[in-house]
Design a protein around this ligand. Structure first.
Ligand SMILES: NC(=O)c1ccc[n+]([C@@H]2O[C@H](COP(=O)([O-])OP(=O)(O)OC[C@H]3O[C@@H](n4cnc5c(N)ncnc54)[C@H](OP(=O)(O)O)[C@@H]3O)[C@@H](O)[C@H]2O)c1
Length: 321
């Protein structure tokens, strides 16, 4: 497995990570299988995917426990990342997913202790603030995050879905090792400002949902495939008429994939990897076959003509949320 140095922090990650969210949160609840998820995490490490991403939100809490169990005895082989700062309202879940940012220092301090206990470790390699809390100045939240580095509970700290303004304000207090934001062939907003800012300022960029929440793999061709309780069924891009029109994007990805004897998932990931040397996507998978498919994207070299073709794919119909 190739590795990438993500920015100035010295954090070295496998060129793709493994996102564990879908194993315990918002997707395909009826198909969940903790035993298979455990095998996926272990196999990922065997294959050299050493960057593992979770959050206290996922479950909530149970995903960290699952990850902790799967990594027992192998903790030192991985770069373990988790997040705090988003609190779910479970009264409507999963019919409606409602989460509220909490960036108060006392919440951050308490959250890491819970995460370390569930993960079965005394430190995480990357602790990420899941969202900026509009009610709390970033300086206060980030100051609390920096204290965790000083206390040895986190090796590095990162942000998620932050704007350039937040990155600048946080960086003035303590280095931002990474930024996690949605980036894929149908979610390209970060290319305009945040991704180049990260490259210029030595911050690693970790694209989440790089497979378009599964859509870009070509396996979701009809809204009927998603039960109403699946988070995706509630999102504008997956609404029946939007989804049907968005299949034009998948058709374009499949065309490139055929030329390379690759899968659409591999092309979608290779495009993300081509966005810069500081970029490490975190595809999510709950199945061994998908994990093994995704790992091969690291060796897929897209040519200039492929990238131009993929860059020219239609914009999606429907907003992200
Ligand atoms: N910071 C944030 O706010 C935030 C938000 C969302 C996600 N994330 C992180 O990003 C990670 C990934 O995001 P995501 O799960 O939303 O989206 P994703 O990686 O774009 O897509 C995941 C979906 O794609 C399917 N899939 C994966 N590989 C496949 C393949 N080779 N062929 C066919 N289908 C495939 C998965 O199905 P199977 O499960 O059946 O394999 C799953 O339904 C999460 O696990 C989490 O760590 C962070």
């Amino acid at each position: 497995m190739k590795t990438r140095l993500t920015g100035d922090s010295g954090l070295e990650l496998s060129a793709i990570g493994l996102g564990c969210m879908g194993m315990s949160w918002v997707y395909a609840e009826s198909e969940r299988d903790d035993a298979e998820s455990d095998r996926v995490i272990k196999r990922a490490v065997d294959l050299g995917v050493t960057f593992i991403d979770t959050a206290d939100l996922y479950g909530p809490f149970t995903n960290e426990e699952l990850v902790g169990r799967a990594l027992a005895g192998r903790r030192d082989e991985v770069v373990l990342a988790t997040k705090c700062g988003l609190v779910p309202d479970m009264s409507l879940y999963p019919t409606k997913v409602k989460v509220t940012p909490n960036g108060r220092p006392e919440h951050i301090r308490a959250s890491i202790d819970g995460s370390l206990r569930r993960l079965g470790t005394d430190h995480v390699d990357l602790y990420q603030l899941h969202r900026i809390d509009p009610e709390v100045p970033i300086e206060e939240s980030w100051g609390a995050m920096a204290e965790l580095v000083a206390a040895g509970k986190a090796r590095h700290i990162g942000l998620s879905e932050a704007k350039v303004e937040h990155l600048e304000r946080a960086s003035a207090i303590h280095p931002v090792a990474t930024l996690q934001s949605e980036l894929s062939l149908w979610s390209r907003d970060p290319l305009a400002d945040v991704l180049p800012w990260c490259q210029a300022n030595g911050v690693g960029f970790l694209p989440f949902s790089p497979l378009g929440r599964g859509f870009l793999t070509g396996t979701i061709r009809s809204a009927d495939q998603l039960p109403p309780s699946d988070f995706r069924a509630q999102q504008p891009r997956f609404a029946p008429t939007a989804l049907e029109r968005n299949l034009r994007i998948v058709d374009g990805v499949e065309k490139v994939a055929q030329r390379h004897d690759a899968t659409p998932a591999q092309v979608a990931l290779a495009w993300v990897l081509a966005q810069g040397p500081h970029v490490v996507p975190i595809p999510g998978s709950t199945r061994l076959a998908h994990l093994e498919d995704n790992v091969k994207s690291v060796d897929l070299e897209l040519g200039e003509a492929d990238l131009v073709e993929l860059d020219g794919l239609p914009a999606p119909v429907g907003t992200r949320f």
